[in-house]
Ligand binder design. Sequence first.
Ligand code: RIB
Length: 300
Amino acid sequence: MLVLASQKTSMIFNFGSINIDHVYSVPHLPEPGETLTAKTRDMYLGGKGINQSIAISKAGGQVIHTGAVGNDGAWALEQINAMGVDVSSIAEVDTPTGHAIINVDNAAENAIVILSGANACLTDAQISAALSKAEPEDWILVQNETNLVSEIVSQAKVRGCKVAYSAAPFVADVTVSLLDKIDLLVVNEGEADALASALGVTVQNISVPQLLITKGVQGATLTTDEGLFEQAAFSVNAVDTTGAGDTFLGSFLARTDQGDKVQEALRYASAASALQVTRTGAATAIPSRGDVLQFLNAQG
Ligand code: RIB
């Protein structure tokens, strides 16, 4: 039975990456062997994990973010705090904060290279401490940008928590090995195809309780035991699509947890990511709930 529309709200424990994004504005994404001159370079807060936590918080959800930054991480912590996410479960370690090199082209498409840095320094003790506060039916959220993902998922299941897994950057073996413990799997279209191929099934036959596939301008689909829910994308003037999927997932998880019906939560998430791509950067581009509701009202 689908429990997304439960009346009881839960805490969302996100074990996720924190990156400093170095964003280069380029005329097109570089070809192999090509040298390109960027028009601008900007530095933003990013990382799939923290993007999702900020999206949860801005959408009205309750989130505890567990992660790590290096000795250079004061700037990131200030930004996270300013965006309403508690930083008390974020450790400071001796390895530099993770970072991403992001090329964004004139069509708002991107190509991203990450270096894990401190994101690969989560410890068993840190995870156990965070999970000791989790109750059955709370959500545990993970991505593929930190270490110890499979340990987090296993401990979460022992505690009776629900697991949401954003399988990016996509690694087929890891995703397959976690599949039987996942309650909500979130992938883009390419990742869905790659997973289906690794499993030897069609995308429709990927077996998880809830499968959310984000499809960029094609919108998103959610498959549950109640059937297939489809959500179109809103038409906007995109300038940077970095973090749009994170915004969708965080918003959707928060809104369903706050009791919105599935289709209503999908519409909210679609609007949040539509607004997010009209702004530059990842985490800092995620819109407030007020902005999203205003946008939705304007759509009629
Ligand atoms: O999903 C977008 C994010 O991917 C960026 O913020 C970058 O840091 C990488 O983690």
